[in-house]
Design a protein around this ligand. Structure first.
Ligand SMILES: [Fe+2]
Length: 362
């Protein structure tokens, strides 16, 4: 079989008709395969290679419409031209409805036949091109999906790596801050363990106050480092048992601003510095260094002030044991509105934030 030629499968029980059609078509350059129909026709069709089918409707062994249906079901781009000896229009309409490309009345006129074949082949060309485009489209779609999938996977991996790196950096930062806080504590014998307890109280209290992750991170550093500025205060003043002289008090009160200066130049620590400098501000404006009042004091600083007072009263001092909770609560309520933010004091007591220092150390 010449693969470059168009292969036409002719199915008709009458040999003379097959012969005439075959002669016409061969002369026109088509390659012809023939069958008289019959039961074996489906096997022949299955095994064959053909571009179109010309099929008689009425044959003794098999209905042409069954062959038409078989081709429609199995070879969707192969056009079928039906031949009919009947002049019944209903039959023609019926075969077209079942998917025939065209039909031709017998006796077949050569011109009609060649015309129908040309149109059918054009139609087949379009169908094949259409199928190709659909396939290309599907392949491209799959290619894109694959690309998106790959890219998403890559991004996921990178995001995970970044998240891991961030966690490492964050943990290192907190460890450095803790080391720094412990260094300050070493200078001041009253404050052993104070910074770490502050961190836990303030994170709990900040969470209870509805702070977001970023604010919690800020308060975590600010609570650990709130007394960082004490590195600039003489140890004798820090550890003095009796009351401070005016000059000593002035130097002591400089520690929030010394701490602020130390942190101000460090990227991402500006927020921490702003909180740190305000941790001795009082709610009524009587604090230092700036005499800020009420909401003008950063929330984190108001929280630190509450935690700071609690921890000072709850810890043992050389001259007294830590005070009981009821006494501390009463004392805190006494200064709520003057020294402390009353809402934060109530939140501290109501939510039993003091429990944070009783849990095992993280
Ligand atoms: Fe302080």
């Amino acid at each position: 079989m010449d693969s470059l030629k168009t292969n036409i499968f002719i199915i008709d029980d009458e040999e003379p008709i097959r012969k005439v059609l075959s002669t016409h078509l061969t002369k026109e350059g088509y390659n012809v395969i023939q069958s008289s129909g019959g039961k074996g026709i489906f096997d022949s069709l299955k095994a064959g290679t053909f571009d179109m089918v010309i099929c008689d409707i009425k044959m003794p062994d098999i209905e042409g419409t069954l062959i038409l249906e078989f081709i429609r079901d199995n070879f969707d781009t192969v056009p079928v031209i039906m031949l009919t000896g009947l002049t019944d229009v209903a039959v023609a309409v019926d075969v077209m409805r079942r998917g025939a490309f065209d039909y031709i009345m017998k006796p077949v006129k050569k011109e009609d036949l060649l015309n129908a074949i040309r149109k059918a082949m054009m139609h087949r060309g379009l169908l094949i091109r259409n199928r190709q485009l659909e396939k290309e489209n599907r392949d491209y779609q799959l290619f894109l999906e694959e690309k998106v999938h790959e890219r998403t996977k890559e991004l996921d991996t990178k995001t995970r790596a970044l998240e891991d790196a961030y966690l490492v950096v964050k943990s290192m930062n907190i460890q450095f801050a803790t080391a720094l806080a412990e260094f300050i504590e070493a200078k001041d014998r009253h404050t052993r363990g104070h910074c770490n307890r502050m961190r836990r109280l303030c994170v709990e209290l900040g969470t209870a106050a509805g702070m977001n992750d970023r604010e919690i991170e800020t308060i975590e550093y600010a609570s650990l480092l709130h007394d960082l500025g004490k590195v600039g205060v003489n140890e004798e003043i820090l550890n003095k048992e009796g009351p401070l002289t005016e000059e000593e008090s002035r130097r002591m009160k400089a520690h929030p601003e010394i701490g602020e200066k130390i942190l101000m130049g460090i990227p991402l620590m500006e927020d921490v510095a702003k909180v740190m400098v305000a941790h001795h501000e009082n709610y009524d404006g009587s604090g230092y260094p700036r005499g800020l009042r009420g909401e003008a004091i950063p929330l984190s600083a108001r929280i630190i002030a509450v935690a700071d007072i609690y921890d000072a009263m709850a810890s043992d001092r050389p001259y007294r044991k830590g005070l009981p909770l009821e006494v501390i609560s009463a004392e805190m309520r006494k200064v709520a509105g003057t020294q402390l933010d009353p809402a934060i004091v109530e939140l501290f007591i109501e939510k039993k934030i003091y429990n944070a220092t009783m849990e095992p150390q993280v």
